[in-house]
Ligand binder design. Sequence first.
Ligand SMILES: [Cu+2]
Length: 294
Amino acid sequence: MVSNSGASIMSRPRTLAAAGLAFVASCGAAVAQDSDFVDLPHRGQMNLHHPVTEIMDKLVSLHNLLLVIISVITVFVLALLVYVMVRFRASRNPVPSQVTHNTLLEVAWTVVPIIILIVIAIPSFKLLYFMDRTTEPGLTVKITGKQWNWQYEYPDHKIEFESFMVKEADWVKLSDAEKLRRPRLLAVDNEMVVPVNTNVRFYVTSTDVMHAWAVPAFGVKHDAIIGRLNEGWFNVRKEGLYYGQCSQICGSGHAYMPIAVRVVSKEAFDKWVATKKAAQLPAPTDFARVEPTR
Ligand SMILES: [Cu+2]
């Protein structure tokens, strides 16, 4: 994790040539001051992302349980192999053993794996159902994968916008502090903005090829499939800027459709909604108002 406290998120364009950058910079302006925390990878980092949702907490716990189980199994199998290689080596056993069956052993190596699988299945299924959906959504966002960018819709607020990766030519114009917070290939022009400590329900779909919307710190990774709506949710407890990437190899632009989610206080979110709505003209089509033709 990298945190640059005090670093200004927005950089001022100095020349006309930076007009494109100004547009990029304006996109998070309404909520820029809310949190300086940025969830980023850094050199030498090990293990999973630092969790900021209950889902990721539980994923980490399951991962740790599985790591213990798999380590014990690996060491046990290795010990058996070493024992067999030494104990039954050709020089010590010129006449090989003719034993082919051992009922007790066969029952044991069938029953023990079953018990291990049940031990894994119980927390795994519990977690799957926990991750599946939320009964009390505080906000709903529809996420659409495209070749190659993301589109975010907030149906409750009638907000809709596209999110593109910041192009190299614009990115090099950012200040050094800004580059740390908005790294190359991860920075986007329009971040998805959600309030902190709120159940965010999201639907994921695609318009062209399969993508996957994934933010590791949230423990969320959902396939975006054409003609289908996949549902998920998260509730982030820490304000900040979180990055993810498309996690389904979708084509030539796969590496260039990053995901940036800015988690802000509820007040800042309301402010962002108002700013976004004011800036968004024309408003998205309200299909409910269309009169049927007779
Ligand atoms: Cu993709």
